[in-house]
Design a protein around this ligand. Structure first.
Ligand SMILES: [Zn+2]
Length: 304
């Protein structure tokens, strides 16, 4: 929380400077709109930079015959292999994730790639440098996830990520981040403006930063439900289109078990106020049981 507050203070400090030297200019509605817009653009830029940096830092790609196997999957869903790249890297507890057009697969959990030099190289680096530095309960979680993962559910998960690439999730997410920052800023500033006659400017400034923080938390929960949940659902639907009944059922079983094996870990590491919050708010996707339920429904229809 402290980090976020400091970040907000940083974003708001140019406004404080403006207020100190040109109070009338700072308080005009026009300035507030422009300032909020700039905050939105800056937030998008920062998010873009950090994603790109992450994307560029990766350097381990699948080799033959796995390269061809991934490319065949990419072509099968109607994407070009030049549009999408697959890389190996540590994803924390995500089995796979998408950064713009790059799908990152985690060798600590992914199964079935034994003879790829690049894959084993990343695996070795992780085993000797990353895994020993993470807490024991997290290590246990990764181990449990690996033990329930199998190749049919992996194929489904890979197609789910391809769904994100196809739908330009990365770019749309940036847009949502920008709109969110703009709205938080303009709402906070408008409310603060209406109180400027009553409360001392500098006190109001500090209160506004706190208020913006709260608004940021709330709008993140809202954007999870409005934007992320439908996106995750759409990516699942996309994956079901190109998966067999067996693969969809395997994925349903996996998501259900994932909830079970991660339950204790999540209980311990979720902030107290989020424990009773449904996953659609706190994480932006349906929980494993829900996901399994709708996937099984779709799988049933596949056989008919
Ligand atoms: Zn997803």
């Amino acid at each position: 929380m402290l980090k976020e507050l400091l970040g907000l203070l940083n974003l708001a400090s140019p406004y404080l400077l403006l207020y100190t030297f040109y109070p009338t200019l700072a308080l005009s509605p026009f300035s507030i709109v422009i300032y909020s817009f700039l905050i939105g653009v800056y937030t998008v830029f920062m998010a873009y930079q950090s994603s790109r940096k992450l994307e560029k830092s990766l350097g381990y790609r699948p080799q033959t015959p796995y390269k061809e196997a991934f490319e065949a999957e990419i072509r099968a869903v109607g994407l070009k292999e030049t549009q999408t790249s697959v890389q190996y890297a540590f994803n924390d507890e995500n089995i796979a994730l998408t950064i713009f057009n790059t799908i990152v697969i985690d060798p600590t959990m992914w199964r079935g790639i034994e003879n790829d030099e690049q894959f084993t190289k990343v695996q070795q680096i992780l085993q000797s440098h990353i895994i020993p530095t993470i807490p024991a309960d997290k290590q246990e979680l990764l181990h449990s996830i690996k033990s329930i993962l199998n190749e049919p559910s992996q194929r489904f998960i890979f197609r789910h990520e391809l769904g994100h690439v196809k739908r330009n999730y990365g770019v749309r997410k940036l847009l949502v981040i920008g709109i969110q920052a703009f709205l938080v800023c303009i709402t906070t500033a408008t409310i603060a403006m209406s109180l400027i006659e009553v409360i001392n400017g500098y006190v109001l400034f500090c209160a506004s930063v706190l208020f913006a923080y709260l608004l940021d938390v709330l709008s993140t929960l809202a954007s999870n439900v409005i934007f992320k949940v439908p996106e995750e659902y759409a990516a699942d639907l996309f994956a079901t289109k190109f998966s067999t009944r067996e693969e969809i059922e395997a994925a349903a079983n996996f998501f259900e078990k994932y909830d079970e094996v991660s339950k204790n870990y999540r209980l311990k590491h979720t902030p107290f106020w989020q424990i009773y919050l449904p996953d659609i708010f706190s994480k932006g996707y349906f929980n494993g049981q829900e996901r399994a339920r709708y996937l099984r429904k779709i799988a049933k229809r596949k056989s008919m």
